[in-house]
Design a protein around this ligand. Sequence first.
Ligand code: HAM
Length: 423
Amino acid sequence: MAKNVIQNPKGMHDLLPADQPYWKKAYQRVEDVADSYNFLRIDTPLVESADVFEHQLGETSDIVEKQMFYVKSKGNDRLVLRPEGTAPIARAYIQHGMSHLPQPLKLYYWGPMYRYEQPQAGRVRELHQAGFEIISPEDDPVYDSQVILACYKSLESLKIKNVTVQINSIGCRVCRPHYRKKLVEYYKSKEKNLCVDCKRRIKVNPLRLLDCKNETCQPFKKDAPSLMDHLCSACRRHFKGVLEYLEELKIPYLLNNFIVRGFDYYSQTVFELFAEGVEYALGGGGRYNYLIESLGGRFTPGVGGALGIDRIIEVMKNKNVALGIRSKEHVYFIYVGDLAKKQSLPIINSLQQAGIEIFESLGKDSLGAQLRAADKAGVPFALIFGQQEAFEESIIIRDMKTGAQETVPLVKLADSLKKKLEK
Ligand code: HAM
């Protein structure tokens, strides 16, 4: 790498041409899944008012406390680069009166999100997510399972094997406060042995105590009161419903009492998707019954999940997932002399319209340089168009393997090429 060259921002990556087939395949598969389950595409701006996230994700959540990219603009707007896609969709749902559309409203999105994290394996600052959301006045568990199914099917169609859904219920505004109280009582007695973060969590966000990865806190987590034992009967029924649907769908799941997720907007179901041999989650989500209400809308439950596309593409590469995209055979167009160069573009155009993909390097004048480029491109045929051919309205087709050449009239070029390429 050249010294003193301006670099891309830390944790943000160029998606170079060599990687594009992976991105294309991932996008196509997610879109196929979305279409087949009737999710409608929605796009919201990359920049949102900070108010969309600060309260909804939680003032004490890692994202709001440390990871938001605030945007400096000329006005006094408090704007941020969106760290996630669900709160903006809830904002758009209210703003556009989408409660008047047929419900459940099933939406999907694809795009970059921004989190100011310490970049490391599986963690970037510009991350890409594909997400599915179902918004509906009923909080039926069937919707939770449909969102999980869409995430699971997307991974399956990208040939990511042995995916398991880790799932939990974190209760509702009726039962969670009781549980939170019990949890705080339990942790208070251990306070002096806890890590610095957990000491703070007891006061500001006790549920996150269950999510601590610090070695010193693990023994306390093990014996902490279980959320599952403190769910109210409505939440227990809801959770049982979700699990029954997953069983019907034969989606492998694992109950994990320690999944609480990083945002405050969740209630009841929370889940993450893991693939065998991959240490970080490839996707996650949950139910958010109070999010729309907390943004100023009418009480409207929702449930959703998002896939981490950067992580998924890393797994596809490591596991050599075949891309199955047939590379079209190309031909190389070579010209000799000014007259031929002038007439080149319409010929190239007509071949492209006939569905033939063409490489060229019209900026190179020398025949030798163009032939070498054709050789490098590994094309089966080159077209050579010189002064004489321009006068005769013909062109030479050269077989790059054997060197055999044949002159054909321009009007017959597309047909002759197609026949040769099909052989
Ligand atoms: P999340 O768990 O924060 O959920 O992100 C979803 C997925 O995005 C993660 O499972 C992970 O694969 C990927 N991801 C997150 N952060 C990074 C990062 N720094 N670098 C690379 N990949 C990352 C949400 O964002 C929720 N909005 C999901 C949701 C939708 N909940 C309800 N609906």
